[in-house]
Design a binder for this molecule. Sequence first.
Ligand code: MCA
Ligand code: AMP
Length: 435
Amino acid sequence: MLTALRSGAADVTVGSVRLSADALAGAVGAVAQRVAGLSRVAVVADSTMQAVVAVAGVLMAGGCAVPVNPQSGATERARLLTDASPDLVLTSTDVDLDERAQLPGRAVPDDAPALLIYTSGTTGAPKGVVLSERAVCACLDGLAAAWSWTADDVLAHALPLFHVHGLVLGCLGALRHGSRLVVTPRFGPVPGASIYFAVPTMWSRLEDADLSAMAPARLLVSGSAALPAPVFDRVRNASGHRLVERYGLTESLIVTAARPDEARSAGHVGRPLTDVRLRIDQPDDSGMGEVLVAGPTLFSGYRNQPDATAATMTAEGWLRTGDLGVVHADGGLRLLGRLATDLIKTGGYKVGAGEVEDALLAHPAVAEAAVTGEPDDDLGQRIVAWVVVHESVPAQTLVDHVARDLAPHKRPRDIRFVDALPRNAMGKVQKRLLG
Ligand code: MCA
Ligand code: AMP
């Protein structure tokens, strides 16, 4: 999968640490030797070179890497580790960048699990998405074909390394295609970079001067959440670039991408990648309906959850994305929203309303809780919690409780104390009456 490691083309910088191609291959080889024979290895994926080396080492050994958010709270991490049952957990202190060993020759079937990545659903704990090497390679090669992504490119980003965007596209993509990779602590211009990846919040937060310093690049890419038109316009005015959008889910990896040489505007996420099929389910008069996708980039299923896997696939093998869109005459997809209001996208992170409600209900002062995603100029959506309490409690205490129990990005940005939640005759909370 990581062909550039073998060919000696990879050269990676993470923060202040740079490894030449040879040093990287040696350090990855050392991890691979150590984890040889293990099925699943969890990697606490902080934004360090050690995390990149650990994930690459597990993959080179033919194992399945399970990235873990370094900021995940006690409850979230315990659930993940119970479900994933890894043979080993690696943190960055477990990886010595000065160790060297030969890269192993590996012979595992390409449908064996390569990654297990946890993603939120509307209710319950996040589900483990099993991704095969074949799916990862199909996605990365499809993007390379769409964008002419090669070893001549220099890729820069500041994305977290425990989700598809930063890990699969942002790291494994560079290690497969041989482009030099620079991961920075904060998103901003990197001298010599030819491709930038970021979520809309990161694009929106850049100053005009930083955008103009990105003008020499050839591709500015936005993904993971809806790109607001004003952000698209400001990036174009300040950098001269029209942002290229691509679209996907953890379950499908990236399935469509805008092509750099074709017309585009905010919300146009492009045509399907190689061998990916796309269709709109039950379109209305305007052609809008749920986006269904099929093809080689799809996941193998949710770990330990055959019912959830079956529920998300049609009998013919199409993945129900939960996203609403239309397909234009040229085959390009335009996204128009989402079906499930209980799935919140905040700063590009997917957060299930149910898991935040469960965390709030675990606090002794909370009697009832309902969580909604409200429009937010910076984050796209802001997590808001509507709470009925048994006894008075400061809002920040509840915010900190969720941040500590789950992860800081899942914390409510607003707590609204109410006397009661609006419910229908069946007792179900009517979230659209909140606000
Ligand atoms: C932390 N903070 C708190 C608390 N905990 N404040 C109050 N109470 C707390 N309990 C503070 C921190 O100290 C920090 O402060 C600040 O909150 C962080 O602000 P926040 O807005 O939470 O985050 P951010 O750091 O500003 O993050 C914005 C971000 C981030 C950088 C855009 O959301 C991000 O990295 N998003 C990327 C998500 C992503 O990669 N998604 C891909 C999913 P201070 O700043 O003062 O230190 S994969 C996917 O979706 C598919 C496949 C796809 O299409 O890619
Ligand atoms: P995740 O579960 O974190 O993998 O997030 C997948 C979701 O991110 C998709 O179902 C979409 O709602 C959203 N998404 C990804 N890329 C885009 C994009 N370019 N524009 C709008 N939404 C996107």
